[in-house]
Design a protein around this ligand. Structure first.
Ligand SMILES: *[C@@H]1O[C@H](CO)[C@@H](O)[C@H](O)[C@H]1NC(C)=O
Ligand SMILES: *[C@@H]1O[C@H](CO)[C@@H](O)[C@H](O)[C@H]1NC(C)=O
Ligand SMILES: *[C@@H]1O[C@H](CO)[C@@H](O)[C@H](O)[C@H]1NC(C)=O
Ligand SMILES: *[C@@H]1O[C@H](CO)[C@@H](O)[C@H](O)[C@H]1NC(C)=O
Ligand SMILES: *[C@@H]1O[C@H](CO)[C@@H](O)[C@H](O)[C@H]1NC(C)=O
Ligand SMILES: *[C@@H]1O[C@H](CO)[C@@H](O)[C@H](O)[C@H]1NC(C)=O
Ligand SMILES: *[C@@H]1O[C@H](CO)[C@@H](O)[C@H](O)[C@H]1NC(C)=O
Ligand SMILES: *[C@@H]1O[C@H](CO)[C@@H](O)[C@H](O)[C@H]1NC(C)=O
Ligand SMILES: *[C@@H]1O[C@H](CO)[C@@H](O)[C@H](O)[C@H]1NC(C)=O
Ligand SMILES: [Zn+2]
Length: 895
């Protein structure tokens, strides 16, 4: 999974049910790519003479010249770090190494250009591979901006296909910056004493391999890698290949672990680690499957679940793709500090602890589902992404989108009782039929294995499988940004499409080829393909008498649907009289579409609110989740205003039956059988407590006190909401107790739950101090600091504090976390999401002016977005506040 692309756990679980994941995936990818461009704008290369012209231009940014093609590497890396500090020795945050890259010269050149950054290069030797002739090096330069490592030769290399070896000796530093080769630490309890342990790990996607050794760091420049790691005795080294041999060197002071040559692969998928971990071991198809983690976690059995599903997931993919897992071992490692959720390095996948470790009776069901989904996602990449790789980063969404889609299928296959996303099909697989769809996938993997491919090549394979015009359909979806809304007038059957934009301006003129599945009040499903932009009249979309039309059945399509008001009202009436015949996912879709259409001013906001009225009779998770997601915006806009009272009253009324529906489970602490019921029970409690339903607040306070008293454990699923609501209703003592538990906890998922709950207090000085804690890595781990500030900001009592805090501490935060620019964008986003007054807008603008010089690409972008959003919020509140207030009052009869 791509770094920074990981959508949050709750979002992932919400999106799977709304089947928007693939859509979300694509949009996230496009955004990420834009950010990447903003971060690394193309720049002309400050160049030595004579040199090959460097291609610049957007996208893709700066590409290597095409005169040299790497074939294989030999890399020796020696991290000097100690994992356990000997008493009299200082820690060494340094690695050194040497590498030989063998490449073919296919075009005449005087220079060798590859990538390297933040390395100090001590020696450069170029020889002809066959004749061993030494090609003199005139000089070499590391270009800081472009990351180009340019070597000017004394002699021109002729582009006749001869091979050359470039040997370099280099050094680098091990920072705790979570990128490239980095160090990290954790504590181990030995005989009741806490001891500090260090480790080395790596994260190379997208372009950090060049921080570890000089290389041709582009995904299409695949090669074979022969890796040796030289490490301290009593430590274990892992890399992509299987350990070939291990021997003492330098008088037993070091161990050299040499790994089997990798298959032909991309640089961003390499991985290295040195640690004192132990493993839970299994086998799949006679290949070793190991889950590595801190000894304490493995001994406590936390790696067992991941081990138990890995083989099953691999088997599922092997069957689905008709291709064996391509390597001869698989290591999966849980790291205490990891910037992404997980990373699919070939043969050595890396995870945050919470994405790989699972503790029965402590972690919740959603933690377990998360482990299954993330593992399945990373394993899907072993084929989709690793075996067949995208040509360039702009096609990243292709492997991410498919890995996400496939992970849900895999999890559904290995954990059928969970019934996740039973109806998750992409628009394409729904249109083509799943069988043909997989035939296309198999063709693609078989044809491009160990190579790279463009998106179009996948569609061509799909086309061969179905004989449908897949390419021309999909091009309209992948080569233009965004997605459409279909407008239908059911009295005339008139239908038209346009790009869906929350801020409606002139029609952008874009059009899509849209596979449509629809039904009418006779509940019969029909399929068609909409090719026209419209408006056109199609009798199929006309309804007569009292009937209604429902389009985008099970929401397989990536588009929104708007109807004439009459049809909307008939659909709402159907929901209120009997909602069962409307497919579950569509009940969520109607709510989601209506709210989004209201924001884009296609329909009146009261119509959108009316889709939530029937929820008083709804017990299913999907429609509730959809409504809560959408009402979240109303909460943000109004929780500091007079609208909030009537709104809370309405929500209290709507949720009470749902709370009662689950009350027996809650009181008995029994767990509902299927996963969606488990999630909806959590929703019921959260909404009921947040909106002041007394039975609920009494219940959480009672359970929390029992937990404090040590008399009772809270069921894992409910911990998050119960801790949070109890702390919100509680005092300093409650907070301190939870903080103590946080500090004591050695289970990542438990820590996450407590870290969230601590942000729920309404006591200002506690929130303020909690913000200060984020600057102290001994209190809040570095990887969690930014997300903790975001949590505090999302609490209405903490929002203004968090905004003041990040302004006051901006320089500090930058120094501490500067590398994680992407999450900084998220931070700005969350801290400013309530902004809807002129005063706040001015503050934002001022902040931007003060920091315009910092050249923080993604942050500037996030600030611009925040300003734009604040302006939109001001306008929206002005236009809708009174209407919304009246509507909530009418629903609750309070005047
Ligand atoms: C890497 O190993 C392969 C297989 O043993 C070998 O053919 C190749 O020459 C090695 N590459 C380098 C640069 O040493
Ligand atoms: C560590 O301490 C012990 C006892 O104090 C001592 O014998 C030993 O030499 C020390 N080790 C190093 C590497 O200094
Ligand atoms: C490269 O590094 C390895 C491991 O430290 C060492 O054994 C080898 O001699 C080095 N090669 C050269 C040419 O310096
Ligand atoms: C170099 O060696 C390779 C394989 O050993 C051989 O195929 C190639 O013809 C040789 N090239 C030259 C220029 O000798
Ligand atoms: C639908 O068509 C009818 C008949 O032409 C027209 O009266 C009505 O305004 C249209 N509704 C919408 C929402 O465009
Ligand atoms: C809830 O269900 C009852 C009984 O089926 C029905 O009479 C009522 O209108 C429904 N209420 C809403 C708001 O859908
Ligand atoms: C939406 O409907 C309400 C009454 O139902 C009305 O007061 C309001 O003006 C309408 N809003 C718009 C933007 O038409
Ligand atoms: C709750 O406990 C009561 C009494 O033991 C039992 O009758 C009931 O079936 C339980 N309900 C659930 C949902 O487990
Ligand atoms: C906590 O425990 C004490 C003593 O064991 C008891 O007196 C008190 O009532 C308990 N409080 C709660 C909330 O259970
Ligand atoms: Zn991924």
């Amino acid at each position: 999974m791509a770094k920074g692309v990981y959508i949050s756990k709750s979002l992932a679980i919400a999106t799977v049910v709304l089947t928007l994941s693939a859509l979300g995936g694509i949009i996230v990818m496009v955004t990420l790519y834009q950010m990447q461009i903003a971060k690394m704008p193309p720049q002309p290369l400050p160049s030595l003479l004579p040199t090959t012209p460097i291609p610049t231009g957007l996208p893709p940014t700066l590409r290597l010249p095409d005169n040299l093609i790497p074939k294989s590497y030999e890399v020796n890396l020696r991290p000097h770090l100690y994992t356990t500090l000997p008493n009299a020795t200082e820690q060494v945050y340094l690695f050194e190494g040497n590498s030989t890259v063998r490449f073919k010269c296919v075009k005449d050149t005087w220079t060798i250009i590859l990538h390297a950054v933040d390395l100090s290069i001590d020696k450069v030797v170029v020889t002809h591979s066959n004749t061993s002739e030494n090609i003199g090096v005139e000089r070499y330069t590391l270009h800081q901006d472009s990351h180009f490592f340019e070597i000017l030769l004394k002699k021109q290399l002729v582009g006749n296909g001869d091979y050359y070896d470039l040997f370099t000796i280099f050094k680098g530093e091990l920072y705790d910056d979570l990128t490239g080769l980095y160090m990290s630490h954790y504590t181990e309890v030995i005989d009741g004493e806490e001891e500090k342990r260090f480790l080395v790990a790596s994260q190379l996607q997208a372009t950090e391999a060049r921080k570890v050794f000089p290389c041709f760091d582009e995904p299409a420049l695949k090669a074979v890698f022969n890796i040796t790691i030289i490490h301290r005795p009593n430590t274990k080294a892992l890399s992509n290949g299987k350990l070939d041999n291990e021997r003492y060197v330098d008088g037993d002071m070091w161990i050299a672990s040499t790994f089997a040559p990798t298959p032909i692969m991309s640089t961003y998928l390499l991985a290295f680690t040195v640690n004192e971990f132990i493993s839970e071991n299994g086998e799949h198809d006679k290949k070793d499957i190991s889950i590595w983690a801190r000894p304490e976690a493995v001994n406590a059995g936390h790696a067992k679940y991941a081990k138990s599903i890995t083989g099953k997931i691999l088997s599922f993919y092997e069957k689905t793709f008709n291709l064996k897992y391509p390597l001869n071992k698989l290591d999966q490692i849980a790291l205490p500090d990891f910037s992404a959720g997980a990373m699919e390095n070939w043969g050595l996948t890396m995870y945050r602890e919470s994405a790989l470790l699972y503790k029965e009776a402590v972690s919740s069901s959603s933690d377990k589902e998360w482990v299954a989904i993330v593992v399945a996602h990373e394993l899907a990449h072993q084929w989709f992404g690793n075996l067949v790789t995208m040509n360039w980063w702009n096609n990243l969404w292709l492997s991410e989108g498919f890995a996400t889609y496939l992970s849900y299928l895999a999890v559904d296959n290995i954990e059928p009782t969970w019934k996740i996303g039973a109806a998750v099909l992409t628009m394409l697989s729904a249109y083509m039929g799943e069988e043909k769809f997989f035939e296309g996938l198999r063709c693609y993997l078989e044809r491009y294995k160990y190579k790279t491919a463009e998106t179009a090549e996948l569609w061509r394979c799909m086309q061969e499988a179905t004989h449908e015009e897949v390419e021309s359909i999909m091009k309209t979806w992948t080569e233009q940004v965004g997605f459409p809304v279909i407008n239908i007038n059911t009295t005339t059957g008139e239908i038209a499409q346009e790009q869906f934009l929350l801020k409606r301006e002139e029609d952008t003129g874009l059009e899509w080829q849209i596979p449509i599945i629809y039904m009418k009040s006779d509940f019969r499903q029909q399929k068609t393909l909409l090719k026209e932009k419209g408006p056109v009249r199609k009798p199929a979309y006309e309804v007569t008498d009292d009937g209604w039309l429902l389009v985008n059945i099970n929401r397989n399509g990536y588009y929104r649907v708007n109807y004439d008001e009459q049809n909307w009202n008939r659909l709402i009436r159907q929901l209120e009289s009997n909602h069962q015949p409307i497919p579950l996912i569509n009940r969520g879709q109607l709510i989601d579409d209506a709210f989004n259409l209201a924001r884009a001013k296609y329909i009146n906001v009261t119509l959108a609110l009316s889709t939530t009225k029937y929820l008083i009779n709804e017990t299913e998770y999907i429609p509730w989740e959809s409504a809560l997601n959408n009402l979240y915006y109303f909460i943000l806009m109004f929780d500091r205003s007079e609208v909030y009272g009537p709104m809370q009253k309405y929500l209290r009324k709507q949720v009470e039956p749902l709370y009662k529906y689950y009350q027996e489970y809650t009181d008995n602490t029994t767990i509902p059988r299927n996963l969606s019921d488990q999630y909806n029970q959590i929703n019921a409690i959260s909404v009921a407590c947040k909106n002041g339903l007394k039975v609920c607040t009494d219940m959480v306070t009672k359970l929390f006190n029992e937990w404090k008293n040590g008399t009772d454990e809270i069921p894992p699923n409910l911990k998050s909401t119960i801790y949070c609501n109890a702390i919100a209703a509680g005092d300093e003592d409650d907070w301190e107790y939870a903080w103590k538990k946080y500090e004591e906890s050695r289970v990542a998922s438990e820590q996450d739950v407590l870290r969230y709950a601590l942000s729920c207090t309404k006591i200002i000085w506690l929130l303020s101090r909690y913000l200060e804690y984020t600057l102290d890595p001994d209190k809040i781990r570095k990887m969690d600091a930014v997300s903790t500030i975001r949590l505090i900001a999302s609490n209405v009592a903490g929002q203004a504090l968090a905004w003041d805090f990040i302004r006051a501490q901006w320089e500090n935060l930058n120094q501490l976390f500067g590398v994680g620019l992407i999450s900084f964008g998220g931070l700005i986003n969350d801290v400013t999401e309530r902004f809807n007054t002129e005063f706040e807008l001015q503050q934002l603008k001022q902040f931007k002016n003060e920091h315009d010089g910092d050249s923080l690409g993604p942050v500037t972008q996030a600030l611009d977005q925040a300003i734009e959003r604040t302006e939109a919020n001001i306008k929206w509140v002005k236009e809708n506040k009174q209407t919304v207030l009246n509507w909530f009052r009418e629903q609750t009869q309070v005047y």
